[in-house]
Design a protein around this ligand. Structure first.
Ligand SMILES: Nc1ncnc2c1ncn2[C@@H]1O[C@H](COP(=O)(O)OP(=O)(O)OP(=O)(O)O)[C@@H](O)[C@H]1O
Ligand SMILES: [Mg+2]
Length: 509
């Protein structure tokens, strides 16, 4: 006999419907799984066999063929245990229920417990898109299942209550949909603790408002790491759509805490400098998104940038430009999103005091040069804001008045993002940093006097075409923070100030 049950799979961060077909026929007992199953899927049969026996069902002693359709996409993970069990029960005549329009996902224990799986959120989204009306998911993934509206989602811990529900004996209660409430992560420290540092603080505000990449450079103990760690507290609220995308990436790698259905604040990732290129940009034998994708719609912070391997740093160039990472394998290619704000911090030399106003640098000129040259020109070019973080003065540290707190900065950032959202409505652009050349020309037109300034800066700073575009984008954000639709000369001159650092450190050597 033959049976077909719907399940769901993952391709990149997108879910798709999988048909789990089982056929039980006469012949030598055997169990074949076809349809490009991965290792975990092949092992499914042993789990399913044990779960069936331990729950009082008999495992068919016949030739079993299981097909996972579509057959041309590699199926990974143990999500097909549950649909496979149901398919076998139906094909063997032990279950005679109509399961049309329903999808099932879940790994099984040998005793029939339904264990959590990765990627529930994108899979349930795909089920809704495909027009299925109900999805059954593991209890431990209930928070994720409750996020998607427009589809009925049930969560079960064990196959027995699930079967009792299907038989109409003891109905399960569908998951109640949770509302999306974006908010800043309360555990993030506050900007009010950062004394002095007026320019770096302002640069962080601009970066947050326009989603710009920032490079901070300065001596030890000046507050670079401190500033970066406080960045999440001023990042704008995520829209629901952004939250769904970011959560999907975390969901497919199983990095979502059990009680979190949808990330409520932007991701902030700070990988150690020993991270491998694959860990940073994604890949691997079983492809997995890297830190760049886990930072999607949030921040990737690279502290002590020159300590990262050259390969890891250079691997960032393409994702920074394209905002997606494509991983090619013999079995097909996968694309992960990675629209992130890159924030990096570094000392100007190995001893850390090159360019310090009072302390002498003990490095030889060659050593300083070698240290700085670890950051390649193309990578440097991708930072919109280059910020010098000078040592903090005694008066600043002991100031009586507290510095401005994160909530006030965040309010301005949110307003500037709102302006951008309205201006770019109907396009794929969300922030100034993502402006396409056509939109850039339309929304970043310079006044005559600003053009004169731009020309002189272009020649003096030796800007690349990319740096020129990025300069205009930063100026646009400064104007947005200022509530001005017109891009004035003062907006541009502030933006230029954040491009002058590479001249001091990189070009003067
Ligand atoms: N602007 C500041 N206001 C108040 N405290 C500060 C400031 N800058 C630094 N500090 C103090 O110094 C400590 C070290 O700062 P932080 O780790 O940010 O330095 P850093 O610039 O990252 O140095 P390194 O280059 O060595 O990594 C902070 O934890 C804080 O206690
Ligand atoms: Mg530091």
């Amino acid at each position: 006999m033959f049976s077909k049950i719907y399940s769901l799979g993952l391709h990149g961060i997108d879910g798709y419907v999988v048909e789990v077909e089982a056929d039980i026929s006469q012949g030598l007992p055997g169990f074949d799984v076809v349809g490009m199953p991965g290792m975990a899927v092949k092992e499914s049969r042993d789990r399913v066999r044990a779960a069936m026996k331990n729950c009082g069902f008999s495992f068919p002693v016949s030739h079993i063929t299981v097909n996972l359709a579509p057959a041309d996409v590699k199926k990974e993970g143990a999500v097909y245990d549950l649909p496979l069990l149901l398919s076998l029960l139906r094909a063997g005549g032990q279950l005679s229920l109509s399961l049309d329009g329903m999808a099932f996902i879940g790994e099984l224990s040998l005793t029939g417990d339904i264990r959590p799986v990765h990627g529930v959120l994108p899979m349930v989204l795909a089920a809704r898109k495909a027009g299925l009306h109900t999805v059954f998911i593991p209890q431990a993934n209930a928070a994720e299942g409750a996020v998607v509206d427009g589809i009925t989602v049930y969560a079960a811990e064990h196959i027995k209550p699930l079967l009792a529900h299907l038989a109409g004996e003891k109905p399960l209660v569908p998951l109640e949909k949770t509302a999306f409430r974006p908010h800043a992560d309360e555990s993030t420290p506050d900007f009010s603790e950062v004394m002095g540092q007026v320019v770096p603080r302002r640069a962080m505000e601009i970066a947050a408002a326009g989603n710009h990449n920032v490079l901070m450079i300065g001596p030890p103990g000046s507050g670079k790491s401190m500033l970066a760690k406080r960045l999440p507290s001023i990042l704008p609220d995520m829209t629901r759509e952004e939250a769904l995308e970011a959560t999907s990436v975390h969901s497919i790698v199983g990095e979502l805490p059990a009680d979190v259905g949808l990330l409520s604040s932007r991701p902030f990732r700070a990988p150690h400098h020993t991270v491998s290129p694959v860990g940073l940009t994604g890949g691997g034998v079983v492809p997995r998104p890297g830190e760049v994708s886990l930072s999607h719609n949030g921040v990737l912070f690279l502290d002590e940038l020159p300590e990262f391997t050259r390969q890891a740093m250079e691997g960032l160039r393409q994702p920074l430009e394209d905002q997606t990472v494509t991983i090619s394998r013999a079995s097909g290619s996968l694309t992960y999103p990675c629209s992130f704000m890159l924030v990096a911090a570094m000392n100007p030399c190995p001893c850390g005091y090159y360019g310090h106003p009072t302390r002498e640098c003990t490095c030889s000129p060659q050593n300083v040069k070698r240290y700085l040259s670890r950051i390649s020109g193309p990578l440097l070019d991708r930072f919109d804001l280059h910020v010098e973080v000078p040592p903090v003065g005694y008066t600043d540290l002991n100031a009586k008045t507290k510095a401005e707190d994160s909530a006030s900065i965040r309010a301005r950032v949110n307003t500037a993002r709102q302006v951008q959202a309205e201006r770019y409505a109907g396009t794929r652009v969300r922030t100034n940093s993502q402006l396409t050349p056509a939109l850039l020309r339309r929304h970043c037109a310079l006044s005559d006097d600003a053009q004169v300034l731009m020309q002189s800066a272009f020649d003096r700073l030796g800007l690349s075409a990319r740096a020129y575009d990025r300069l205009l984008k930063v100026a646009r954000t400064i104007a947005d923070l200022d509530g001005s639709e017109v891009l004035r000369i003062d907006h541009l001159s502030e933006a230029i100030q954040y491009r002058s650092l590479d001249r001091k450190y990189w070009r003067s050597r």
